[in-house]
Design a protein around this ligand. Structure first.
Ligand SMILES: [Zn+2]
Length: 303
């Protein structure tokens, strides 16, 4: 697609999973949180991708219909939030049938089959499995967002180094840390299809654009830390410290400013949508839209 010079495509994603993905057995108001998030997105005229757990889509079709009806994209995020990294072949076959059923449930309530997918847990530690990618492609998926990239900003969390993040304004420091934190990616992958061993290093330093996997899916790498990388795994009713909220806003806004043409924002309903953490998203979206250069990009839905 053609985009005007100077614009940044922003792909905002939610792992939309409620208690399926939350590591706490506590009450959670999925409907209320969804409503708050949708209202906030509307207020900023922002559009997002909701990677929905299959069972959630089957049990709460009204939420899926509401999300889609407000102009967002609905993708899938596993069936029951299963870890797919080492799933044996007979279980893959069962999962495939369940995912097909969930995709049809989505279509029943939106009119469209989902074409985007994010694996639960990003399917770490490899973040990529050719047989599952081929399966999704064969089942009609067109894009995926699974490739995690560790960002130097994560080192400066209040409970780690804490202060001094401005040192990352020096390109050599930031670049060196970025490469050091992502050695497995550099060793294992060739994102731009190049044959040279440092293809992955060059791709990282050139700011991690989407790329096409051999199986035909377009991979949208996670180009900023997830909300859980910045804010941990709080219970929905638990507050986050003021310093943590400020830190999350500072990281995401500075990384947006640094993005070259493409930026992904990666969130969970039960983290960013609860307590005062929703303020992080409010402030980040205010920053992004004030830049006047952002275009919200839904890879699988014409906008
Ligand atoms: Zn998840």
């Amino acid at each position: 697609m053609s985009i005007a010079a100077g614009t940044t495509r922003v792909t905002m994603t939610f792992d939309y999973e409620g208690s399926w993905g939350m590591p706490h057995d506590v009450p959670y108001d999925l409907t209320g949180t969804t409503g708050r998030l949708l209202e906030l997105l509307d207020r900023h005229a922002a559009r997002a991708v909701f990677f929905t757990v299959g069972q959630l889509a089957e049990q709460h079709p009204e939420l899926v219909a509401e999300i889609y009806g407000r102009g967002h994209e609905v993708g899938l995020h596993g069936y029951a939030h299963e870890h797919m990294h080492r799933l044996p072949p007979h279980e893959v076959a069962v999962l495939r049938e369940r995912l097909r059923a969930a995709a049809h449930a989505v279509r029943e309530h939106t009119g469209d089959l989902p074409v985007g997918f994010r694996m639960p847990y990003l399917m770490g530690p490899d973040f990529y499995r050719p047989d599952l990618y081929a399966m999704l492609r064969a089942d009609g998926y067109r894009w995926i967002s699974n490739r995690e990239i560790r960002q130097p900003e994560e080192l400066f969390r209040p409970d780690r180094i804490g202060r001094g993040m401005q040192i990352l304004d020096r390109p050599a420091v930031r670049g060196g840390l970025l490469l050091g934190l992502n050695v497995p990616l550099i060793v294992r992958e060739r994102p731009t299809g190049g044959r040279r061993p440092l293809d992955g290093a060059r791709w990282l330093l050139r700011r991690q654009q989407p790329f096409r996997r051999a199986e035909g899916l377009v991979e949208y790498p996670l180009t900023s830390p997830l909300d859980c990388d910045l804010l941990g795994y709080p219970r929905p009713a638990e507050p986050s410290a003021e310093a943590d909220i400020d830190y999350a806003v500072q990281v995401l806004t500075s990384m947006y400013d640094r993005a070259a043409g493409h930026f992904t924002l990666n969130l969970h309903d039960w983290i960013i949508g609860t307590h005062r953490r929703i303020e992080v998203l409010d402030r980040v979206l205010a920053h992004i839209t004030a830049s006047g250069a952002a275009v919200f990009h839904l890879p699988g839905r014409a906008s």
